[in-house]
Design a protein around this ligand. Structure first.
Ligand code: GLY
Length: 398
């Protein structure tokens, strides 16, 4: 049983900040699909680096080691699938399909995939291909990937462990977005073990990482033999008491998707609580600062978290009762976030092979950081996913 009663459900402050006018969507979609078209030739069997340098992504070859050794390759393939959906242009589809072989080789080299980010890699790529085209080959690759992810489950601890070595009992909030691959595999195979592992991981994330005020830790260690909480820390966030913006949006979206698959009320209730916490800590243009302990306008934004939040809110909205006032609040908040990204944060007018400026991969905390105030490829993907959600009746890849 998930105890969500201890977690505060804040009332969303000043909902009049948000408005649901979507007249920006067409222009924003045109800019995004044109950018994907313009850079596509550089990324056929390459994927963009996680973040840009001076707003330019580097080309990384789709070898099992490069694709499987990091977490981001799937986002570019996902952008190709979204571009195909938005335009009907078969060229986007052909490039995305050409990459399936790269993902196949990668999952057949399991030692190259030594971490938990298998959902991020395979959902927007091979699962998307299966859902859009019915490709049995893509389904097979995706189910192999799910099997690999399921192997990382530590039964006593009830979690998907983050890495292979020196990490017994460690899990991170980002993985709430990997477990949808297990939920999906369960629906494909009727094997309830996948479902159990995904649900158990989310339940442990809620128990350990979501604080009573609905803020979150990024990283947590549980006792590997009993699953009992040991300690939380912040990883990519400001400090151990703060709330890393991207961690908060990963769990917002992960719980919304978890609810879709399980219909488990606790997941929806906690999704609302972490979402309201997020919405109450936005600066004036609604684009979150990189850590939610900051709410001021003169702090570094993280445009790679903002569209994840918008997608989460658009998903959550679907599961609220027709007369629940939060429905309109979530919808309008998501639209307003997307509008402000489209109008103030794209790469329009600057030299770049990315879509959104002012993202943060790892904030410079005196160690130089990484991709601090740059384009981030997952931000670009979720920005396009948010636009697609607003442009059409979109069937989820997750
Ligand atoms: N590790 C995933 C992220 O940076 O959000």
């Amino acid at each position: 049983m998930i105890d969500y009663g201890r977690i505060c459900l804040e009332e969303v402050k000043n909902p009049e900040r948000f408005d649901g006018n979507t007249d920006f969507v067409k222009d924003a979609v045109d800019y995004a699909v044109k950018k994907v078209w313009d850079v596509m030739g550089d990324f056929v069997h390459y994927h963009p680096s996680p973040s840009s340098t001076d707003l330019m992504y580097k080309q990384l070859l789709n070898t099992p080691e490069m694709l499987g050794g990091d977490w981001v390759g799937g986002f570019w393939t996902g952008m190709l699938w979204l571009s195909y959906e938005l335009t009907g242009n078969e060229v986007y589809r052909a490039v995305a399909e050409a990459q399936l072989e790269d993902y196949k080789k990668c999952v057949e080299t399991p030692e190259a995939v030594w971490h938990h980010d298998i959902g991020f890699l395979y959902i927007p790529s091979s699962v998307a291909q299966y859902k859009l085209t019915g490709s049995q080959r893509a389904k097979k690759v995706s189910l192999k990937a799910a099997k690999l992810l399921a192997k990382r489950f530590c039964r006593n601890a009830g979690i998907i462990q983050v890495r292979n070595r020196n990490a017994q009992g460690d899990f991170i909030i980002d993985c709430c977005m990997n477990v949808p691959l297990l939920f999906w595999a369960s629906t494909m195979t009727q094997d309830r073990e996948y479902n159990y592992k995904a649900y158990s991981h989310l339940a442990q994330a809620i128990r350990c990482m979501v604080r009573d005020d609905a803020s979150t830790y990024q990283c947590y260690q549980v006792d590997e033999l009993t699953g009992e909480p040991v300690r939380g820390w912040q990883g990519q966030g400001y400090d151990d008491d703060s709330c890393w913006a991207r961690g908060q949006v990963w769990i917002m979206y992960g719980l919304a998707i978890g609810y879709r698959y399980t219909q488990e009320k606790a997941l929806l209730e906690v999704a609302k609580r972490v979402s309201n916490y997020f919405l109450n800590r936005l600066p004036s243009d609604l684009i979150c600062d990189w850590d939610l302990m900051f709410t001021e306008d003169d702090v570094q934004r993280d445009t790679s978290s903002a569209p994840v939040a918008a997608c989460a809110l658009l998903e959550l909205e679907k599961y609220l009762d027709a007369d629940d006032p939060l429905r309109e609040v979530y919808h309008n908040a998501a639209v307003s976030i997307m509008r402000n990204l489209a109008e103030h944060y794209t790469t329009k007018g600057v030299e770049s092979n990315g879509l959104l400026q002012h993202g943060v991969y790892c904030k410079d905390k005196g160690d130089g950081g990484l991709g601090d105030d740059e384009c981030c490829i997952w931000g670009d993907y979720f920005y396009m996913e948010g636009l697609t959600r607003l442009a059409k009746d979109w069937k989820m890849y997750w």
